[in-house]
Write a protein that binds this ligand. Structure first.
Ligand code: ADP
Length: 182
């Protein structure tokens, strides 16, 4: 069973939901950079104050900041991990590769959650998180297309990519994922 996993996909594709389900089931660490950043904001830490406006605008936090978060959390002793929302660009993918080489825990599979754009927008508007208004959604989708989507090819070339049709009900998707991580 694979234990070093990554979820890739647009905002609203369901990465967080699937990653959470899978991590609870297997006692893996669920490492969501978005979730961790939101926690910092909530706790009004120095970092949280620094990134608050960036998240509310739907823009990306600096590579240095997210790398620090990932590094800090990944070195913890754990049975396995699921990365969700990281990497989001090529530079982050290269940094991740360096960290994983250092800690000798190579990535085993990347689940790419694919979903039509109009479904995404509907889902995000329904979710209603603070950064889920129409303008911010547009920003996030544009950034996703420009900087994150190229990672699909990147991981495909490394033979790590597993395609998941994410426009199905939650249970069907999770059993598909389960099958593909065996
Ligand atoms: P979603 O994928 O639905 O946009 P996330 O919780 O993954 O939600 O991310 C929320 C926000 O956190 C992003 O819009 C961005 O501002 C910030 N963020 C999360 N992960 C990263 C990352 N790897 N690099 C830069 N910023 C990030």
């Amino acid at each position: 069973m694979k234990k070093h996993l990554l979820f890739l996909g647009a905002p609203g594709a369901g990465k967080g939901t699937q990653a959470e389900l899978l991590s609870v089931k297997n006692s893996y660490l669920h490492l969501s950079t978005g979730e961790l950043l939101r926690k910092e904001i909530e706790m009004k830490t120095k970092l949280g104050i620094q990134v608050k406006d960036i998240l509310n605008r739907g823009e990306l936090v600096s590579d240095e900041i997210v790398l620090e978060i990932v590094r800090k959390n990944l070195v913890q002793d754990n049975k396995g991990w699921i990365l969700d929302g990281y990497p989001r660009n090529l530079s982050q993918a290269n940094s991740l590769n360096e960290v994983l080489t250092e800690i000798n825990q190579p990535l085993e599979v990347v689940f790419y959650l694919d979903i039509p754009e109009e479904v995404l927008i509907k889902r995000l508007l329904l979710r209603g998180r603070k950064d889920d208004n129409e303008e911010t959604i547009r920003t996030r989708l544009n950034i996703y297309k420009k900087t994150t989507e190229p990672l699909i090819e990147y991981f495909k070339d490394l033979s790590l990519l597993e395609y998941i049709d994410a426009d199905r009900d939650l249970k069907t998707i999770s059993s598909d994922i389960k099958q593909k991580m065996a």
